[in-house]
Design a binder for this molecule. Structure first.
Ligand SMILES: [Zn+2]
Length: 279
């Protein structure tokens, strides 16, 4: 979908295959020096019909691999592991929501089958590996495309999933960790709707990527990002072509990470703080 440069800033590996033996790629966007920068994991297109998610991913990849000062600062602060297409078999075969097995792959994260849902099996394996070496992602975001609602919004996991000491009661308050990234997005992305976000892990979504990552792996900032086929009813993209708008959304999503980082870790990266003056 997008050629990821194999230069100083990125590398690419293809270690797995899909059920139809297509290569299943992971892009790693990083500076090539070793330190303990946290991981940000971005995935997309588990539902083949949601091509708008791929446009957002294209915008994200092009931005992260660019020489934009904010992108450069982000690469200094984080390592990005990116799986731009979780269901290539479904896309090639023209499916709407399923993989080759006829199942919704975003309902297989609890116990993915290595034969029937190999991309989810290997993606989960990668995430478990990161956890096993104490490097669980700081942020996980799975890009989707909504068919009815307008604007861009996040689904989080909600207060019930917030890690707390055993026996302590749920106090009913929203997990502030859940909301900070959404607030950064609202600040930077004109198509983003804070009121459209929902933070809950409903029973029928227990096997989705974001809920499994939160529950099994303790990834506190675990989200589904919904873009839309249905346009925006707010801001400067109200009358725009959805394609250019979606590219811009991908860029804004990543820029907002920089904004969020500056909020929660002020002063940690001078380069990042300086780059935000350009936004
Ligand atoms: Zn979807």
């Amino acid at each position: 979908m997008v050629a990821v440069q194999t230069d100083l800033h990125s590398s690419k590996s293809s270690r797995s295959t899909t059920a139809q033996t297509r290569p299943f790629s992971t892009a790693v966007v990083r500076r090539l020096w070793r330190n303990k920068r946290p991981y940000v994991v971005l995935t997309a297109r588990v539902h083949p019909g949601e091509s708008n998610a791929s446009w957002m991913m294209k915008g994200s990849l092009e931005f992260l691999c660019s020489e934009d000062p904010v992108a450069e600062a982000l690469r200094e602060v984080y390592i990005f592991k990116i799986l731009p297409m979780l269901n290539p078999d479904g896309v090639v075969n023209g499916f709407s929501r399923c993989g080759l097995s006829g199942e919704d792959l975003n309902r297989q994260w609890k116990k993915p089958d290595p034969v029937l849902s190999p991309t989810i099996f290997h993606a989960k394996g990668l995430l478990y590996f990161l956890g096993s070496v104490g490097r669980s992602p700081l942020v996980f975001c799975d890009y989707h495309g909504h068919s009815r609602k307008k604007n861009v919004f996040l689904y989080g996991c909600g207060v019930e999933e917030t890690p707390r000491p055993p026996g302590s009661a749920i106090d009913g308050k929203e997990d502030p960790e859940d909301c900070t990234i959404a607030k950064a997005l609202e600040r930077l992305a004109p198509a983003f709707s804070l009121s459209g976000c929902r933070h809950a892990a409903e029973k029928w979504r227990e096997s989705t990527a974001r809920v499994v990552l939160r529950r099994e792996m303790g990834v506190r900032r675990s989200y589904t990002m919904e873009s839309t086929y249905n346009g925006c009813n707010q801001g400067i993209y109200k009358v725009c072509c959805w394609r250019s708008e979606a590219l811009q959304r991908g860029r804004c999503c990543c820029s907002s990470l920089a904004y969020w980082h500056h909020w929660v870790h002020p002063g940690v990266s001078r380069h990042l703080s300086d780059s935000l003056l350009l936004l």
